[in-house]
Design a protein around this ligand. Structure first.
Ligand SMILES: NC(=O)c1ccc[n+]([C@@H]2O[C@H](COP(=O)([O-])OP(=O)(O)OC[C@H]3O[C@@H](n4cnc5c(N)ncnc54)[C@H](O)[C@@H]3O)[C@@H](O)[C@H]2O)c1
Length: 337
């Protein structure tokens, strides 16, 4: 029996697409999630896509007992650690929750992996660790100056993981700094389904165009960018998911710590993304100018050349595919029953 990949947060947006990508590659997953920001309904969809059962552990990544039982019950060869809290704005109001889940969750997970003799870990980090970079595109060696509590928790976890690998050469760790994941699986069986009002631009547009609420807030039109709106690097979630498989393969022959940006390598302004979405759905996006959000920055996009050089991975799906797939997911309901 080959070993499975434990995907913490595997019921969430990115985790579910990673589970689907693993299945496409013929690899088994185990999902661990407490459904803090997701629904159990995603698992049945994933089983449909995979055509095989996918074990689910409902539990908290901070719970040592749950982790120990998970490693004892399943033959796990590697872990992809997506479970975490991710809303930049909310993080400044709830630092305790963000530090606890993001940092303590990773410490408990690493402890359990150590006990179980599992040393391969892929960690969901974020381009928020850079803050506003001095130069763009931002490379992995740029200074880390996160502008939010959320970003500081990610930077701290990165430091923790480097300390771990520095003390024990058996660790094989990939720190993947995601740019802005968006879009959905082309089957429209899985997609971004945040509980409550979405925080990210693409799901906000999906739900606003579908009439679920009035207007999409454009957070700041006075940024130092050509059209005054923020510029981000949007990466299709399926490209991102495939980057995890490439990272796992790389770790198979490379111990130590690998730190990589996963992005498309180019930036689009909020208004450009709105335009692309309007083209994809054939309707206007209702929008309203809102003040800048706490912790936001003007512009960030990745130098993605290290991922290409080391993993042979690059994003292949563009902004139009992102918008078309997201809109297809919304038209199919945009949620799990
Ligand atoms: N979506 C983005 O824009 C983005 C960008 C960069 C990095 N990331 C990181 O990628 C990871 C996944 O993000 P996502 O967009 O899929 O978010 P998500 O909220 O959809 O998924 C996270 C999953 O983790 C689960 N979870 C949260 N706390 C948990 C806990 N204590 N125990 C067990 N499960 C728990 C949630 O229920 C959810 O299913 C996060 O670590 C996030 O910080 C996301």
């Amino acid at each position: 029996m080959t070993s499975a990949v434990l995907v913490t947060g595997g019921a969430g947006y990115i985790g579910s697409h990673i589970v689907a990508a693993l299945a496409r590659a013929g690899r088994a997953s185990v999902i661990l999630d407490n459904f803090q920001n997701s629904s159990p309904g995603v698992v049945a969809r994933l089983v449909r896509l995979a055509g095989t059962p996918i074990p689910l552990v409902e539990g908290d990544v901070r719970d040592a007992g749950v982790l120990r039982a998970t490693f004892a019950a399943h033959r796990i060869g590697a872990v992809v650690h997506c479970a975490g809290m991710k809303a930049v704005g909310e993080s400044s109001a709830r630092p305790l929750a963000y530090w606890d889940v993001n940092l303590n969750g990773t410490v408990r997970l690493a402890e359990a992996m150590g006990e179980a003799g599992v040393a391969t870990l892929v960690f969901s980090s974020s381009c928020t660790v850079y803050g506003q970079p001095d130069a763009l595109p931002v490379g992995e060696d740029a200074p880390l100056r996160p502008a939010s509590v959320y970003g500081r928790t990610k930077r701290a976890v990165e430091e923790f993981l480097r300390d771990l690998a520095g003390a024990d050469a058996r660790w094989r760790i990939a720190i993947l700094r995601y740019m802005n994941p968006a879009g959905a699986h082309p089957s429209a069986l899985i997609g971004e389904a945040p509980l409550g009002r979405p925080n990210n631009l693409v799901p906000l547009m999906c739900r606003a165009v579908a009439g679920e609420f009035d207007e999409v807030p454009i957070f700041g039109t006075d940024w130092p960018t050509p059209d005054g709106t923020g510029i981000r690097d949007y990466i299709h979630v399926d490209d991102l998911a495939e980057g995890h498989l490439a990272a796992l393969d790389h770790l198979g022959s490379h111990p130590g710590v690998l730190t990589l940006n996963l992005g498309a390598g180019r930036g689009y302004s909020v208004l450009e993304v709105v335009g692309a979405f309007e083209k994809a759905c054939g309707r206007p996006v209702p929008k309203v100018v809102a003040p800048r959000r706490d912790g936001d920055i003007a512009s960030v996009y990745a130098d993605a050349s290290r991922a290409l050089a080391l993993l042979g991975w690059r994003a292949t799906r563009g902004l139009d595919a992102i918008c078309e797939d997201a809109w297809r997911w919304q038209r199919a309901g945009g949620r799990y029953a």
